[in-house]
Design a binder for this molecule. Structure first.
Ligand code: C2E
Ligand code: MG
Ligand code: MG
Length: 767
């Protein structure tokens, strides 16, 4: 009853009430029948029935109270109820007894009988309630029977019958024989029913147990049940882990000899980690253990049991180990990677600071790697890197170590007892020698050779970052100095970097002070040489350096985030200038990739067009292919919005990117500008000539006009005209010039920039 809840508990209570109540009642009535005063006797059936009801109701309630909670109070209260019920049943039953005489009661004996019944019940329920064994439970039952009998026989002793033959014994009353039959059959039936119920229940719980065992055996985790520290049961997985069969394991002490825990206390979730020592003497297994007390001990068969779920952590540990290894090492060479270099270097720095040893950081870069990779393929390249790693490691001893930063860049951290720079110089020399010998791959000899840059602790930096940056700078110098050498870091090396910073600072001021100027280079129609537009090209009017070309500052502007402001200024300037021309010629403005990725670009262009009054179709924006790489979707989005304004979009420097064709496919460009590197090689290199011809053909078939950039000679002009090129740009047409020097091209009566040539091929063929 204690283990059960709800309906099941109610059913058990009913059953217990019926069985115990009718049992007690039958005891009483059969014993009463055995009582023979030597007079005619009979029993009132209503009284007999009421007393049965009392017995059932009170025993049922007594058990209900006693089993509701595991406490002495409940047990005593339950016993009290039960005892009182039995007493009530007895005396109500006695009142159903009719005989030829007067029944005289002896009060004291009645009181004693009630007391015996109640005390017996209390003791019985207290003993049964705490019973963990069958024997104790039987003892509880016996005590209850004893209490009931004591009550009954003491109670019977309390009466004296004074015969009086005038007292009638009614005929319709139950005779002794009938009552016995009724009591025996009723109690018997109820008890049989009870037995049946118990049998069904135990069968059900046995099959449930079997199901649980099958389930437990199917579980991936080891499950083991422990009672008083000894193994009581285990599933197949646990037997597998422990390397023994279940019969061998039963009775073994688990915690201590077999299972030890790493941590002292138990976690909040009942989870602990430990090691399981298999019985067969194999290596112990790292495990994770969840333990739980099986229940509150209400059921005899489960009380005091602890269930432990034991999970094998070997696979997880191996995976964690592998992940850690991969996170810290380079997959190809097995050397520590960039990530772990930082932590290892920091540890090495701590070490030398404490020990007084010296530390040098050497950056290694292979001189011929790219060539070897291109020439012999990636497999050969990989073999070269593995060989390099091996040679580097052979050249040093712990605690010095090597790491790979990526590509063909390696780092050596030298921890030496000797003084610097002598120790580092010696090691650098040895490394150069070691890497100088060619490496063989599949019978082919490949030149290695390396350049080294060295920085020293603490003179060249006290942190990992500073040492790495400075060694890298020294490496850069070693490469500049002809490769195959090592260089120590010198303070003046970071001058070039400082110079770039100075340029950025000056440029920022120049944008504000309007020290920038826009020059305009004409574009001419190839057919008649008529100037049809200009490209705006920015220059920097530097107070000291004079006119600075865009190559020298556009990159700095992009790096330092000033390109937005610079580009806006050029756009405004160019549109305003073009709006002032007599002829409605087109104006082309270059856009940096960064600008094309700014969501506010279309809005800005729109605003500038309105502010300057330039008609949108006169504005042409030139973008390079790389502009589409950063954020393809955003760039394309911007291009569409710009085009919706009526602005034209030209693809600049066509042919220099590596996927020019697919770029053309992704957006309907209004113009293609062939890069000047192809144009300048027309007639000089067969390949360039073929490429120019192919691009012009492509433009024709896609119906996109093509412009040739960097046209410098008449020969190029003739060729391009012959190939049906739409427009020409270059020194042969006109050099970039200041806005005020353009009037001879922008005036209504301007002359062609180049004399009109012979009719183009297409027109010729049409003629
Ligand atoms: P680009 O857009 O391809 O511009 C053409 C470049 O070729 C210009 O150089 C021009 O002076 C040069 N050029 C023109 N004709 C000839 C010729 O016959 N022979 C030779 N050898 N060169 C010729 P520039 O002005 O130095 O501009 C270089 C690059 O700087 C431009 O290449 C463009 O990408 C960028 N740039 C110029 N102005 C701006 C600007 O305002 N904003 C942005 N984002 N980039 C600009
Ligand atoms: Mg351009
Ligand atoms: Mg160009």
């Amino acid at each position: 009853m204690r283990g059960a809840r709800g309906h099941v508990r109610a059913a058990w209570l009913l059953l217990a009430g019926l069985v115990a109540g009718s049992g007690v009642w039958a005891t009483h009535f059969i014993a009463m029948v055995a009582f023979d005063p030597g007079l005619k006797t009979a029993y009132n059936p209503a009284g007999a029935l009421i007393s049965l009801l009392i017995a059932v109701v009170f025993t049922g309630s007594g058990f209900a109270v006693a089993s509701a909670e595991r406490s002495r109070t409940n047990e005593v209260a339950g016993g009290l109820l039960l005892g009182t019920g039995v007493a009530a049943m007895h005396y109500v039953g006695m009142s159903a007894f009719v005989t030829q005489g007067h029944v005289i009661w002896e009060q004291a004996t009645v009181g004693a009988s009630v007391a015996l019944g109640v005390v017996g019940s209390i003791v019985a329920l207290t003993v049964a309630g705490r019973a963990r064994t069958m024997g104790r439970q039987a003892l509880g039952g016996g005590l209850l029977a004893l209490g009931v009998c004591a009550l009954h026989f003491t109670g019977m002793g309390a009466i004296t019958i004074q015969p009086d033959l005038t007292v009638p014994v009614p005929e319709q009353m139950l005779s002794a024989g009938l009552l016995t039959l009724a009591a025996v059959s009723l109690a018997g039936l109820i008890m049989l029913g009870g037995l049946g119920a118990v049998a069904i229940e135990s069968q059900t719980s046995r099959s449930a147990l079997e199901r649980i065992r099958r389930l437990a055996d199917a579980a991936y985790e080891g499950i083991v049940v422990v009672q008083d520290g000894r193994i009581n049961d285990a599933n197949a997985a646990f037997c597998g882990l422990a390397g023994a069969t279940l019969p061998d394991l039963l009775g073994h002490t688990l915690i201590g000899p077999m299972l030890t825990f790493d941590d002292v206390g138990q976690g909040e979730d009942g989870r602990r980690e430990g090691r399981l020592q298999p019985v067969d003497g194999c290596r112990d297994i790292p495990v994770e253990v969840f333990s739980r007390l099986m229940d509150d001990g209400a059921r005899l068969e489960t009380s005091g049991l602890t269930v432990l779920a034991v999970r094998d952590l070997r696979e997880r540990r191996a995976a964690e180990e592998k992940i850690r290894y991969l996170a810290e090492h380079d997959g190809l060479t097995g050397l520590p990677n960039r990530n772990s270099l930082k932590t290892r270097l920091a540890a090495a720095l701590d070490r030398v600071e404490a020990s007084g040893e010296s530390l040098a950081l050497i950056c290694v870069d292979l001189d011929q790697f790219k060539e070897a990779n291109d020439q012999h393929g990636h497999l050969a390249g990989d073999a070269l890197l593995v060989e390099t790693a091996r040679r580097l490691q052979d050249a040093i001893t712990a605690p010095s170590f090597a790491a790979r930063l990526g590509g063909d860049e390696f780092v050596i951290v030298q921890v030496a007892a000797g003084g610097q720079p002598a120790a580092a110089a010696q090691l650098a020399g040895e490394l150069l020698d070691a890497l100088a010998a060619p490496a063989a791959h599949e019978g082919q000899a490949m030149a290695l050779g390396a350049s080294l840059g060295v920085s020293l602790f603490p003179g060249d930096g006290r942190t990992a970052e500073a040492l790495l940056a400075n060694a890298d700078m020294a490496l850069y110098r070693a490469k500049e100095d002809g490769r195959g050498v090592y260089r120590f870091f010198k303070r003046d090396m970071d001058e070039s970097i400082r110079e770039r910073r100075a340029v950025a600072r000056e440029l920022r001021q120049a944008i504000v002070a309007e020290d920038l100027v826009v020059h305009y280079q004409p574009l001419a129609r190839a057919a008649d040489g008529e100037v049809c537009g200009f490209e705006a090209l920015v220059r920097w009017n530097h107070p000291v350096r004079g006119l600075v070309q865009p190559q020298d500052f556009i990159a700095v502007a992009e790096e330092s985030g000033m390109i937005g402001a610079l580009g806006e200024w050029v756009l405004r300037q160019a549109c305003a200038t073009a709006a002032g021309w007599e002829k409605p010629l087109r104006i082309a403005v270059n856009l940096s990739p960064l600008q094309l990725n700014q969501p506010e670009l279309p809005g800005l262009v729109h605003e500038v067009l309105i502010a300057t009054g330039l008609s949108p179709h006169r504005l042409e924006l030139e973008i390079t292919e790389s502009a589409l790489f950063k954020d393809y979707q955003r760039a394309l989005d911007n291009l569409r919005r710009l085009k919706a304004l009526g602005v034209r979009i030209a693809m600049d420097d066509f042919g220099t990117g590596f996927s020019s064709l697919s770029t053309l496919q992704s957006f309907p460009f209004d113009k293609i500008k062939i890069d000047k590197s192809f144009v300048e090689n027309i007639h000089r290199h067969e390949r360039a000539t073929v490429i120019v011809r192919a691009v012009l053909g492509l433009g024709r078939s896609l119906d996109i006009p093509v412009v040739a950039e960097g046209v410098e000679t008449q020969e190029q002009i003739d060729f391009l005209r012959g190939e049906d090129c739409a427009e020409l740009q270059g020194y042969a047409i006109g050099r970039p010039a200041a806005a005020e020097d353009l009037s001879h091209w922008t005036a209504v009566d301007a002359v062609p920039a180049v004399p009109a040539g012979p009719a183009s091929r297409r027109r010729r063929s049409a003629a």
